[in-house]
Design a protein around this ligand. Structure first.
Ligand code: SF4
Ligand code: SF4
Length: 276
């Protein structure tokens, strides 16, 4: 039995147990596509036993700086979505979001200070994305290891392993994952592509797979900072770095500034910190 068929039967078997269809995995294997990932070696390594690098990437989001710079949060969203070929299906129901803007009460529903917080917070734009949790329930829920932690602590996706069961979506307490109900590579009724200007350097996805923020692993791999951080560089509203390096800017900020995290009671240990 060849390895592709073995891979398919393995995925199909898991899907049958879960009572779900396997269109994306089946199509990939039929086309002879490799089980490619969004970032090659990092993903391949993560499926085996790879020693951690000692790094743990994290981000500090300064809400006041976003508030002082109207339009900046939206700029971060559009930059990220353009870089990563995130489709725009033109309606909320099918929306794919890697990073988005929400209200304080939605992002921090269990914040104990919500009844004594400054009223101004209610109208502040809160940038939200995957928390790249240190203890990620989405990774445990995935039956095919399509989502996994990299050696740098990033929670990543291997789109070609995703069978569309959406267990990871159900497991994520933050709504950080989106499902492609439609074909991102397709066009709307007016013939306009869902991906407005395709970035040839980043893979497009297919119908039936889950996607989310990848902390710009493809950019980190070539020494660049995440695209959203670069878009906000002038204001320093986003600071990114190694949480395990006590000398990093992000660690220094956390030492000297009070921050909060989303749903700490979920026990996921997010790598995102908010200055409120
Ligand atoms: S925020 Fe959600 S998708 Fe991201 S690592 Fe945590 S549980 Fe997984
Ligand atoms: S880290 Fe990269 S993938 Fe994640 S929200 Fe920022 S730009 Fe998007």
């Amino acid at each position: 039995m060849d390895s592709k068929r073995r891979d398919f039967l393995k995925i199909a078997g898991l899907s049958a147990i879960a009572g779900i269809a396997v269109p994306s995995a089946f199509n990939s294997l039929l086309k002879g596509e490799a089980l490619a990932s969004e970032h090659g070696a990092a993903a391949a390594g993560a499926h085996g036993a790879v020693a951690p690098t000692g790094k743990r990437w994290g981000m500090v989001i300064d809400v006041k700086k976003f508030s002082a710079n109207p339009g900046l949060a939206e700029k971060c969203v559009s930059t990220c979505h353009a870089v990563h070929n995130v489709p725009d299906f033109g309606n909320k129901k099918d929306e794919i979001k890697w990073v988005w803007v929400d209200s304080f009460n939605h992002v921090f529903p269990d914040d104990s200070s919500q009844y004594k917080k400054p009223e101004a917070l209610d109208s502040m734009p809160i940038l939200t994305l995957c928390n790249h949790c240190d203890n990620p329930p989405c990774v445990r829920a995935c039956p095919t290891q399509a989502t996994f932690k990299t050696k740098d602590g990033i929670v990543a996706m291997d789109y070609h392993r995703c069978i569309g069961c959406r267990f990871c979506m159900a497991a994520c307490p933050y709504g950080a994952r989106s499902f492609n109900w439609r074909d991102p590579r397709g066009k709307d009724a007016n013939g306009q592509p869902f991906i407005k200007a395709e970035n040839p350097k980043f893979p497009t996805r297919m119908r039936g797979v889950v996607e989310k923020c990848n902390f710009c692993t493809e950019r980190l791999a070539i020494g660049q900072i995440p695209a959203c951080v670069e878009a906000a560089a002038e204001s320093k509203a986003l600071v990114f770095g190694d949480l395990n390096d006590p000398a990093s800017e992000v660690s220094q900020m956390l030492k000297t500034t009070f921050t909060i995290q989303r749903k700490p009671s979920a026990g996921t240990h997010p790598s995102l910190f908010y200055i409120i």
